[in-house]
Design a protein around this ligand. Structure first.
Ligand code: MN
Length: 171
């Protein structure tokens, strides 16, 4: 028996058939960028990033995946980026494969020490379980990447936002 393959369009990030998808606009990202006044001065409907999830929603531990399309742009000179998070489960890392665009993968430990890896088409990033991760688009086209993680990794957005990551500016 041959079952239908899932398709990932590497130029748009769209997964077909798709599962949960989400959109993050500037109005959803209060407090993320250093210059909050600059964020408020921009069109709140501006899309910063979109995610496309894998189809299916089965109970229990499972391997999940999805794509993120991170738009080019900046807020007061600070490049568009994802919120970033720690995993609460210390045994759950994540794989990230860049499909298109240019940027940085920022990694940070729980002391706030940040490292970064260059992202470009084909770059593959094996993210250790204990490091927070955030992606920054430093290019002038959408930065599209594929990620895969275990459903029981647990997401903590607050600790990484408090520690702050490294600020990546265009000046
Ligand atoms: Mn993650």
């Amino acid at each position: 028996m041959i079952s239908e393959a899932i398709h990932l369009d590497r130029r748009t990030g769209v997964i077909t058939p798709s599962g949960h998808s989400s959109v993050r606009k500037l109005k959803d990202l209060a407090g993320l960028f250093f210059d909050e006044a600059a964020r408020r001065g921009l069109d709140p409907e501006t899309v910063v990033y979109q995610t496309y999830g894998c189809p299916g929603d089965l109970p229990g531990e499972q391997l999940l995946y999805g794509t993120t399309v991170l738009m080019p742009g900046d807020v007061g000179g600070e490049y568009f980026m994802t919120r970033g998070h720690f995993h609460t489960n210390p045994l759950r890392g994540e794989l990230c494969l860049t499909l298109q665009g240019e940027g940085w993968l920022l990694l940070m430990d729980r002391e706030g020490v940040t490292m970064r890896q260059k992202m470009s088409e084909g770059s593959l990033h094996d993210i250790p379980a204990h490091l927070a991760h955030r992606v920054v688009n430093t290019g002038d086209e959408p930065l599209i990447f594929f990620v895969s993680w275990m459903s029981d990794c647990g997401h903590d957005y607050e600790t990484s936002q408090r520690l702050g990551f490294e600020r990546i500016r265009n000046t």
